[in-house]
Design a protein. Structure first.
Length: 405
């Protein structure tokens, strides 16, 4: 594999380059034998990377549940006084053989080679999300890694719980969406072929919907494999397209322009920033160092720029409640609560309160959305299928009228 690195040269200068090695640990050992001290190293993912053309599938990497359990175990072991490398080795031995154990081995190898925990994790693409990795890096920079890991475990557990609720709420709407094309397929392949001969020699005008269904039935009978291949192609293309991080970011940017997604994203971003800042302050970090560390926690480029602006304002001596006005995700109520927290010397507790309030607001928003979505999809499916059936029945009744005449 090809490892891209930055290091201090023999004369104290910063050198950059690429080295070929079987693993990250071997690459670092090779660089040290050359007399340079690497401080950043990760597998190359650029044009020259030996990366497969297909994207990593969700089942090939540990999910949120595994990450939450791993972080919780790591925080518990470190709090008990176990060294980082030994804690990682214990977790690796407890992990069943598979992608999770492979990732733990890579992280352990990086830490043993001298990398920080965040740098070792950064060398395992698609393991932690950017905001999760930023939180770990923030804990290292402020010397509060153990409480930050405990807080990250709680965050991952809450995300897992929220995703479980969302999945449960989406089961029925997704079932309705799946039944709609199946109902149309059943009508086109079973019902329409049986009644089409009735209109062949009757001279009656065939309704538009029935003509469309007859055309669909004919296409499915004559070119079934073509349509199956086409559906498979259009099912695979989105997976390949979204397999690249940059494509996912572009799609995310488009989705965030929608009012509903923008509202949920604002509340989620506010909760993430406030909880991270509160956790760092709880771990004993100074305000300025915590603001410097939290600046990279945001998931969007605009959010990171706003956090950098707030960080610079705090460094210039402004209060947090004033500096945080640069964040569009925080409303006036949150800023007022921050101001009260500063005045009463309870900023940490107030930040956690704001984070919990924003999380609950986002959950209520999603619950209301799901409550509206289910009957709406039921109504639309009823109108679509019922309209087709009523059109066919009306056409059949018109034939009966013509026969009676």
């Amino acid at each position: 594999m090809r490892i891209r690195y930055q290091a201090l040269g023999t004369s104290g200068e910063i050198v950059k380059g690429i080295v070929d090695a079987d693993s990250l640990g071997l690459a670092l050992s090779q660089l040290r034998r050359q007399g340079i001290a690497p401080f950043e190293a990760e597998p190359e993912v650029g044009a020259g990377a030996t990366r497969p053309w297909w994207p990593a599938m969700p089942w090939t990497k540990p999910g949120t549940e595994w990450r939450a359990r791993m972080v919780r175990q790591l925080a518990t072991l470190l709090a008990a006084g176990v060294t980082l490398d030994r804690a990682l080795r214990i977790i690796e031995l407890q992990t069943p053989t598979g992608p999770g154990r492979t990732l733990m081995g890579r992280i352990l190898g990086g830490v043993i080679s001298g990398l920080s925990l965040s740098s070792a994790i950064a060398g395992t693409p698609s393991f932690f999300k950017s905001d999760e990795l930023g939180l770990i890096r923030a804990g290292e920079q402020t010397g509060s890694l153990v409480p930050v890991l405990a807080e990250l475990a709680a965050i991952l557990e809450r995300r897992l719980e929220t995703s479980g609720k969302l999945t449960s709420a989406l089961i029925y709407p997704l079932f309705l969406l799946a039944m709609a094309p199946l109902s149309l397929l059943l009508i086109a392949t079973v019902l329409v072929p049986n009644i089409a001969p009735l209109f062949a020699n009757s001279g009656a005008e065939v309704p538009l919907i029935l003509r469309a269904m007859m055309f669909l039935s004919s296409e499915l009978r004559e070119r079934a494999w073509f349509w199956i291949a086409g559906c498979g192609f259009f099912g695979i293309v989105p997976v390949l397209f979204l397999g690249r991080p940059r494509r996912r970011q572009e799609l995310k940017g488009l989705l965030l322009k929608l009012p509903i997604a923008r509202a949920i994203s604002r509340q989620t971003e506010a909760s993430r920033v406030c909880r991270t800042l509160g956790s760092l302050l709880k771990g004993g970090a100074s305000l300025q160092s915590a603001m410097m560390a939290v600046a990279d926690v945001a998931t969007t480029e605009a959010g990171r720029l706003q956090l950098h602006k707030a960080r610079d304002a705090v460094a210039d001596g402004k209060r947090v409640s004033i500096a945080m006005k640069a964040l569009k995700s925080l409303d006036d109520t949150a800023l007022q609560l921050m101001s009260i927290g500063e005045e009463t010397n309870r900023l940490e507790a107030m930040l956690h309160y704001i984070a919990e309030s924003e999380e609950k607001a986002a959950e209520r928003y999603v619950d209301r959305l799901m409550t509206i979505l289910t009957p709406l999809l039921t109504l639309l499916m009823g109108i679509m299928v019922g309209g087709i059936v009523m059109s066919i029945m009306r056409a059949i009744l018109s034939l009966n009228d013509m026969a009676l005449r």
